[in-house]
Ligand binder design. Structure first.
Ligand code: ITT
Ligand code: NA
Length: 190
């Protein structure tokens, strides 16, 4: 089985390819000759995932899926959430986003947070959603070099290392993205 994954994030593509290895073949936007920047104007992860998937379906005609992921921090009223990619401003780096988050959590004791991924699948004219969530906490400084985004400051529940320290094998087994993707795989294969 083959399906297009509408993302411009190389790390997401790598992770989802590993999670679905041997089960589903994932085509990238490069593979279909698409190089568009898709504007994400939604107010929820669901809306943004749907915007990305619909854009590709409408312009290129492929059935496809897209995902939107957010880091929700309890003490910040679930920010940055849907704004995780541009928390520190429009064209900011992962580093800028992390620094802003750590600044905003200075002296705050409640470090609880969760990653949430919503996948939107467009198939045979219908829309389907699959969600994954992992709870954890935000530490005070960056640790580790694997992964991407907020991984160096997020420690998943039941572990004492960050996603960036735990590495891709463990992350891909337990992550928000892994949980949502496994639901997608089950749907596509049954
Ligand atoms: P798309 O093309 O798929 O939209 P994107 O990188 O713009 O790729 P999002 O809009 O979903 O992705 O923004 C998600 C933000 O959260 C972005 O800053 C990522 O670095 C971060 N993020 C997403 N998944 C993550 C993960 O598994 N671990 C750490 N940070 C993550
Ligand atoms: Na995006």
């Amino acid at each position: 089985r083959k399906i297009v994954f509408a993302t411009n994030n190389r790390h997401k593509l790598d992770e989802i390819r590993k999670i679905t290895e041997g089960k589903i073949e994932i085509l990238s936007l490069d593979d279909i000759g698409c190089h568009d920047e898709i504007e994400e104007t939604g107010n929820t992860l669901e809306e943004n995932a749907l915007i990305k998937a619909r854009f590709i379906k409408n312009k290129y005609g492929y059935d496809c899926f897209a995902e939107d992921t957010g880091l929700e921090v309890d003490a910040l009223g679930n920010a940055p959430g849907v704004y995780s990619a541009r928390y520190a401003g429009k064209a900011c780096s992962d580093e800028d986003n992390i620094n802003k988050l750590l600044d905003n959590l200075t002296d705050i004791e409640n470090r609880k947070a969760r990653f949430r991924t919503v996948i939107a699948l467009l198939m045979n004219g219908k829309e389907y959603f699959f969600e994954g969530e992992i709870k954890g906490h935000i530490i005070n400084e960056k640790r580790g070099s694997a992964g991407f985004g907020y991984d160096p400051i997020f420690v998943p529940e039941g572990y004492d290392q960050t996603f960036a320290e735990l590495g891709e094998e463990i992350k891909n087994r337990i992550s928000h993205r892994s949980i949502a993707t496994q639901k997608l795989v089950n749907f596509l294969l049954t």
